[in-house]
Design a protein. Structure first.
Ligand code: TRP
Length: 355
C-alpha cells in the first residue's frame, strides 16, 4: 500500500486563506535555473491504416464503438475548441479560472521545472500557468504533446507572440510517443488537464497511470484536471450545446472516415446523443444513425451494415469523486499535495507529486 496523503488540503479559489498562502510562499521562494529544450517534432502517427484497423475493430464489436482519439484531427480539434467556448461547457472555463487563480501557488510549490502537456490542443489554459512560471522564474520550458500537428503549430505561434519568455518544444505524437521523454526533461511536471482522464475506460486508465508512474522520476509533479460535477442537468447541457458544436464534433468523426477511409457515410443522418449515466458516473456519447447505413472501409474493402436507429459509442466522459481518486492515485505512488476547486465544486485541479 502506497500510504499517500489521504487528506490533502482542499483549496477553494478566491478565499482569504488561499491568498495568504500564496503571499507567504512568494516571500520565501528561491530562484531556480531553468532547462533548455531542443526543438523536437515527430511525424504524425495514426496513419490511415491504423485508423482503418481501429474502426474495423470497433464496428465488429457488439455494441459498436470507435476510439475517441480519432475525433481530434485538424477539423475535429478546431470544432473542439469551439465546444470549449460554449456557455454550457463549464469544464474549460472553470479549469481556466482555477489555473488563473492558483498558477503562482503551483509554480512556487514545484519550483522552476519543465512543463509537459498531454493533449495540449490550443494551450490557452496552459498559458495562464506558463505566465505564472515566467513571472516567478523569468522564463519557462514547455513541451505540448498533441496528435494534431496543425493545432500544435497554431499554439506555438500564439505562445511565441503572447509569452516570448516560454521556450516551446512541441511533440506531435500520441501519449505513447510522449512517455519516453519524461525522464530526459526531469525535473518536470506532467499536465493532464480538461478532465481528459475521463475519456479513458478503467483498463486504459490503469495502463495510463502505470506508464506515467514508471516514466516520471521521483520528485516530479503531475497536474491533473478532473470534472467533479454531480449535477446531471449541467452535465447534459455541456454535452448538448445549443449552438450544435457537439453534434458537429460527433459528425466529424464520420466525415473523417469519408475523407481517409472512403466510407461514403451520409453524415446528415447522424444524430449526436449524449447523456449522463449516473450509475456509472459518466457521460456516454453516441452517434445514432437515423437511416440504415452502409459503412465502407476502403483499405480492407469491407462493408458494415447498420440498421436505422443503431448507435455507435464514440466517447465516454467520466465524472470523478475526489475521495475515490486520492487513494486511487496513491496506489500509483502519487501523493496529492493540493486540491484546487471552484466554489461550485464542478471542477478540481490536483497537484500530485511522484514519490
Ligand atoms: N474530452 C471532452 C470531454 O470529455 C470530449 C467532448 C466534449 C465531446 N464534448 C463532446 C465528445 C461532444 C463528443 C461530443 O468533455
Amino acid at each position: 500500500m502506497a500510504g499517500g496523503n489521504r487528506n490533502p488540503p482542499v483549496v477553494a479559489v478566491g478565499t482569504a486563506s488561499y491568498h495568504e498562502t500564496v503571499a507567504a510562499m512568494a516571500a520565501c521562494s528561491a530562484h531556480r535555473t531553468s532547462y533548455a529544450l531542443e526543438g523536437r517534432d515527430r511525424t504524425a502517427t495514426g496513419d490511415s491504416l491504423e485508423f482503418a484497423h481501429s474502426v474495423a475493430r470497433g464496428l465488429d464489436d457488439s455494441p459498436r464503438w470507435l476510439d475517441c482519439r480519432y475525433l481530434y484531427d485538424a477539423a475535429g480539434s478546431h470544432i473542439f475548441e469551439r465546444i470549449c467556448e460554449q456557455p454550457e461547457y463549464y469544464l474549460t472555463r472553470t479549469e481556466g479560472a482555477i489555473l488563473a487563480a492558483v498558477g503562482l501557488d503551483i509554480a512556487l510549490r514545484t519550483g522552476s521545472i519543465t512543463l509537459i502537456e498531454l493533449g495540449s490542443g490550443s494551450s490557452i489554459k496552459t498559458g495562464l500557468l506558463l505566465d505564472a512560471y515566467c513571472e516567478l522564474y523569468g522564463n519557462a520550458c514547455y513541451t505540448p504533446v498533441d496528435i494534431s500537428s496543425s493545432i500544435l503549430e497554431h499554439a506555438r505561434e500564439e505562445l511565441a507572440a503572447s509569452l516570448p519568455d516560454v521556450q516551446v518544444a512541441p511533440l506531435n505524437s500520441t501519449y505513447d510517443g510522449a512517455f519516453p521523454i519524461f525522464r530526459e526533461h526531469s525535473p518536470a511536471m506532467l499536465l493532464f488537464l480538461g478532465s481528459t482522464l475521463g475519456n479513458l475506460n478503467e483498463a486504459e486508465s490503469l495502463d495510463f497511470w502505470e506508464r506515467v508512474a514508471a516514466n516520471l522520476s521521483s520528485g516530479d509533479y503531475c497536474l491533473l484536471g478532473l470534472d467533479i460535477n454531480e449535477d446531471a442537468a449541467t452535465i447534459d447541457a455541456a454535452y448538448n450545446d445549443a449552438a450544435g458544436w457537439s453534434e458537429a464534433f460527433t459528425r466529424n468523426l464520420f466525415a473523417r472516415m469519408n475523407r481517409e477511409l472512403g466510407s461514403a457515410i451520409a453524415t446528415d443522418a447522424i444524430q449526436h446523443v449524449a447523456a449522463f449515466n449516473r450509475e456509472c458516473s459518466r457521460v456516454e456519447i453516441y452517434a445514432r444513425f437515423q437511416r440504415a447505413q452502409s459503412i465502407y472501409i476502403e483499405p480492407f474493402d469491407r462493408v458494415f451494415e447498420l440498421e436505422a436507429g443503431e448507435q455507435i459509442l464514440t466517447e465516454i466522459s467520466c465524472k470523478f469523486r475526489l475521495e475515490e481518486m486520492v487513494p486511487y492515485l496513491a496506489d500509483f505512488d502519487f501523493i496529492t499535495e493540493q486540491i484546487y476547486t471552484d466554489s461550485d465544486k464542478r471542477f478540481a485541479v490536483l497537484l500530485l507529486e511522484r514519490r
